[in-house]
Ligand binder design. Structure first.
Ligand SMILES: C[S@@+](CC[C@H](N)C(=O)[O-])C[C@H]1O[C@@H](n2cnc3c(N)ncnc32)[C@H](O)[C@@H]1O
Length: 240
C-alpha cells in the first residue's frame, strides 16, 4: 500500500512526534476504508487520545475538518504550539482531558477518531454506549485503530513478548475477534467493520526507527520475533 499524503510530511517531524506505530499512515489507510465516513470541511471531528497531534494535523490539512485534539498525557499548550507552528491553529482546538470526563456537548461530532489509545480506556462493556455514543450525531462514525494481536494468547504469553511488555501492557492487546465481540454488544452503535490494517509492518518499522525511549524499549520484543503475534486492528461503528 502507498501513503501519498503521509509521505508529503517531513520525516524527522514525524519521528520526533510519534508515540507508537506511525499514526499518520494508519489514519491515511483508515480514511480509505469503504465503511469510513467521507470527511468534509464543515465537519467536526474528535481526535481522541491524539498524543502529539500528528493525526489532528493530518485531518485538518488533508480534509479541512475542524478537529478537537484531545489528550491526557500531552498538554493542550504543548499541542497548541505544534498546531500554531503547522499554521493550523484555526482548524485544531487542543484540549487536555480524560476520556472519563470529556467537556463536549451531546451530538456535537460527525466523527470520533481514535488511533492507538482506545485500548487503554475502552475495553469495558458499556464504555462505548456511555462515553462515545452520546457525543456523536445520528449516523456519525466512531473509527478506532488499536495495536492488537492476531489471536488472543493471554493464557500462554509467548516469551518474546515479555522482552518488552509486562502482562498488564499485553492485557490491552486484543484480537479482531475479541474487539468484534465487545463492540457488537453495543446498543447505541451499529458495528460496521472490524479488520486488520495492511500498513502494520510499515507503521511499526517507522515507530521502531524513532529515537524515543518507548520505541527503543519496544525493539527488544519486535527484534526477538514478537511481531508475528501482533496486529493493527480497526473498528468502525455508526451511531444509531
Ligand atoms: C500510545 S499514545 C498514542 C498517541 C497518538 N494517538 C499516536 O498514535 O501517536 C496513547 C495516547 O492515549 C492517550 N490516553 C490514554 N488514556 C487516556 C484517557 N483516559 N483520556 C484521554 N486520553 C488518554 C494518552 O494521553 C496518549 O497520548
Amino acid at each position: 500500500m502507498k501513503y501519498p499524503k503521509s509521505q508529503t510530511y517531513d520525516r524527522q517531524f514525524l519521528l520526533d512526534n510519534m508515540m507508537g506505530p506511525n499514526a499518520m499512515k494508519i489514519l491515511e489507510e483508515m480514511t480509505q476504508l469503504p465503511e469510513m465516513l467521507e470527511l468534509k470541511p464543515q465537519m467536526r471531528v474528535l481526535d481522541l487520545g491524539c498524543g502529539r497531534g500528528l493525526t489532528s494535523i493530518f485531518l485538518a490539512r488533508e480534509f479541512g475538518v475542524q478537529v478537537f485534539a484531545t489528550d491526557l498525557w500531552i498538554t493542550a499548550s504543548e499541542n497548541f504550539a505544534r498546531f500554531k507552528e503547522a499554521g493550523l491553529d484555526n482548524k485544531i482546538i487542543p484540549i487536555h482531558a480524560d476520556v472519563a470526563d470529556l467537556p463536549y456537548a451531546d451530538e456535537y461530532f460527525d466523527a470520533i477518531i481514535s488511533i492507538d489509545s482506545y485500548q487503554y480506556f475502552g475495553r469495558e462493556e458499556g464504555f462505548v454506549d456511555e462515553k462515545m455514543a452520546p457525543l456523536l450525531k445520528k449516523g456519525g462514525k466512531l473509527a478506532i485503530v488499536v495495536p492488537g494481536l492476531v489471536k488472543d494468547i493471554h493464557d500462554n504469553i509467548p516469551p518474546e513478548m515479555l522482552l518488552s511488555w509486562n502482562a498488564e501492557a499485553i492485557e490491552t492487546l486484543r484480537s479482531p475477534g475479541w474487539w468484534r465481540d465487545l463492540m457488537s454488544k453495543s446498543l447505541r452503535m451499529e458495528l460496521q467493520a472490524v479488520g486488520e490494517l495492511e500498513c502494520y509492518s510499515e507503521c511499526w518499522n517507522d515507530w521502531l526507527a524513532c529515537d524515543n525511549e518507548y520505541a527503543i524499549g519496544d525493539r527488544k520484543a519486535m527484534e526477538g520475533g514478537a511481531g508475528k503475534y501482533m496486529d493493527l486492528v480497526y473498528i468502525i461503528a455508526a451511531k444509531k
